[in-house]
Ligand binder design. Structure first.
Ligand code: 0RA
Length: 637
């Protein structure tokens, strides 16, 4: 948001709230954790400050560098942190910003009109948690520098030269006394930086990794803003209109930006942001986006005669089938609510976004009747499919009601009714399913054998999905319902463990299941309820001893230890080759098994990956698989 007249900032507006001792004592209170998340949080905290400068209209360029020595540098061409003496504190404003909690100028005063950074704890927290931090400020014609260690200044503020430029460069080395390990994930950093470049159009952000011999550099600059974001999300899909519908408008101190485009798929992808923060739990801006769109499309569907007089209105979910949309707002005092503080609560935003979208998207639809008709017709088809799905669901409900148990017959349920201790194994094939049923601990382990391939949900509509026997069984067993009706509190097992053979078919079935969970039961994936079993690859016996090996490489190792003489090696081709006891020992028993938890770092990337893996286009899929073939052991999606 360009707001250069946000009031004149001066040193006195920086408010002093708290010292840094508390931060070092309880780092997690300020940055969430002292693990990898917290470490990356440090970087984003500094980045957010530069982004704030950009939102205020003063910064067009920033550079993030992971240095060879594991320190991180963030450079921007903003106004530079003020350096004059702070009237109350009797030290430079720079020192106040770096040593006093919440002194960034964002809290109180007129300093910043738009403050991003969900946590917004300020650079002082980064300083407190760094072994050392060096800052360079270009401002008022001079270049100033100062060095800090563990939050305290160790050199005076020094002028080291003259310049006509302005800006801030901060380099910090995270404290090894505080962080478990100093290992940055360049991919993760650059993903967020790319997102920030989409959300702040025109800004140039570079990400550099100088740690390895082979250095990496990415440059992000999107003149199209979130329109480029939608194109990015829709890449490798067939889309309409060709270019996303794009709107930006300021009204009543609220900057509204939206972009949307349809693809020929069936899932709904809507991301909302407030002040650059992803509002995962939605909020007033997202509600407004949805209701404006629903009303507009219904109006046009009637006007174009796609909807006849005697037909009911299209529902929002029908209109959003196959949509990729972004709504981003920038406002003065964002109120974040909800469990994870990622739901925008500002009530005034709703009316503003709704009126801007009604006018502007409305104008686009008026001017592009062919596209509008296509959207209306797609929505109508979606509504027919929804109706068919409802009937299919009702049919299964009625069928269930006639049975004694509501649970599918194939499911060997566990005795426990406590979901937190219960596990559900999804087992490939009836024969392995049989062994698992015999080998399990029936108190807390349930088994559901899956026969053959399950449906590729990326290529089918809900009605067809619900007609698929395997999927219906799975939904009933889990108890949560799917899509909009999904209810995590009804989940019957907190661990859902996918157990397939270690071959191509097995990994295909696993991907199909993951796709289904991601598209229709997403919270299971993001909350970490999904696991992958690790059955052994080899059984090695010598004398009376048995070894189970889980990796190819372990075999050579073991052989060189115990010798080949009198040793028998059995390679398991499938789960079916193990008898119940073996299956218990190697794969089921919590005391001896390994299971991998499926983690999701970034839904945006996951979305693209699933489209690639399970969608229509063959060439990009082949390329992706070739590019990633060596990373297959890394289950982060
Ligand atoms: C306090 C006040 C002003 C800017 C900043 C802090 C500031 C902090 C950081 C951290 C990284 N880059 C930064 N750029 C700016 C306002 C300064 C003014 O009114 O001139």
């Amino acid at each position: 948001m360009n707001d250069k007249n946000a009031g004149i900032y001066d040193e006195s507006q920086i408010q002093v709230l708290e010292g840094l001792e508390a931060v070092r004592k309880r780092p997690s209170m300020y940055i969430g954790s002292t693990g990898s998340r917290g470490l990356h949080h440090l970087v984003f905290e500094v980045v957010d400050n530069s982004i704030d400068e950009a939102m205020a209209g003063f910064c067009t360029f920033m550079q993030v560098i992971i240095n060879k020595d594991n320190s991180v540098t963030v450079i921007d061409n903003g106004r530079g942190i003020p350096v004059k003496e702070h009237p109350q504190q009797k030290k430079s404003a720079l020192e106040v910003v770096l040593t006093i909690l919440h002194a960034g100028g964002k809290f109180g005063g007129e300093g910043y009109k738009v403050a991003g950074g969900l946590h917004g704890v300020g650079v002082s927290v980064v300083n407190a948690l760094s072994e050392w931090l060096e800052v360079e400020v270009k401002r008022d014609g001079e270049i100033y520098t100062q060095r800090y260690e563990r939050g305290a200044p160790v050199t005076p503020l020094t002028i080291k030269g003259k310049t006509k430029k302005t800006g801030t460069a901060i380099t910090f080395y995270p404290d090894r006394e505080i962080f478990e390990e100093i290992v940055y994930d360049f991919q993760f950093l650059s993903q967020r930086l790319r997102e920030l470049a989409f959300l702040n159009k025109g800004i140039t952000i570079t990400a550099e990794d100088l740690r390895d011999e082979e250095t990496r550099k990415e440059v992000f600059n999107f003149e199209g803003g979130i329109s480029s974001f939608v194109s990015f999300l829709n890449k490798n899909k067939e889309t309409f209109p060709k270019k996303p519908i794009y709107i930006e408008k300021e009204r009543d101190n609220c900057w509204v930006e939206t972009a949307l485009q349809y693809n020929t798929g069936f899932s709904e992808t809507i991301y909302s942001y407030a002040n650059n923060i992803r509002t995962q739990e939605g909020g007033t801006h997202e509600l407004a986006f949805k209701s404006a769109l629903t009303r507009l499309i219904n109006d046009h569907a009637r006007r174009l005669g796609v909807l006849k007089e005697n037909q009911d209105n299209l529902q929002g979910e029908d209109i959003r089938e196959g949509i990729t949309g972004i709504i981003s707002v920038k406002i003065l005092n964002p109120q974040f609510e909800g469990q994870t503080k990622t739901r925008l609560g500002n009530t005034e935003v709703r009316g503003i976004v709704e009126s801007v979208l009604t006018e502007e998207v409305g104008a686009f639809l008026d001017q592009n009747p062919a596209i509008t008709r296509k959207i209306c017709e797609k929505a109508l088809q979606a509504s027919r499919a929804r109706e068919a799905a409802r009937k299919a669901r009702e049919l299964t409900r009625r069928k269930n009601a006639l049975e004694i148990s509501h649970l599918p017959g194939k499911l060997a349920d566990c005795a426990s009714r406590d979901p937190s201790e219960s596990e559900l194994f999804l087992v490939e094939g009836d024969s392995a399913g049989g062994s698992a049923k015999q080998g399990r601990d029936r108190h807390f382990q349930a088994i559901l054998p899956l026969r053959g391939k399950i449906l590729n949900v990326e290529k089918a509509r809900l009605d067809k999905i619900l007609n698929n026997e395997e999927i219906r069984t799975l939904i009933t067993a889990l108890g949560t319902g799917i899509g909009n009706e999904f209810n995590i509190h009804k989940l019957r097992y907190h661990r859902i463990i996918i157990m397939t053979d270690a071959d191509v078919d097995g990994s295909h079935i696993r991907t199909l299941l993951l796709t289904f969970f991601f598209r229709y039961m997403e919270p299971l994936v993001s909350r970490g309820n999904i696991y992958i079993a690790q059955p052994p690859l080899f059984k090695v016996s010598k004398s009376k001893k048995t070894y189970y090996l889980y990796r190819e490489a372990e075999l050579e190792n073991l052989m060189s230890k115990i010798g080949r003489q009198g040793t028998s090696v059995q390679r398991y081709k499938g789960l079916g080759e193990m008898n119940p006891e073996q299956l218990w020992d190697t794969t089921l028993n919590p005391k001896s098994r390994t299971i991998l938890r499926v983690a999701m770092q970034d839904t945006i990337i996951a979305n693209n990956v699933f489209t690639l893996l399970m969608g229509d286009k063959v060439e990009p899929r082949r390329k992706f698989i070739e590019d990633h073939a060596r990373e297959v052991r890394n289950l982060d999606i």
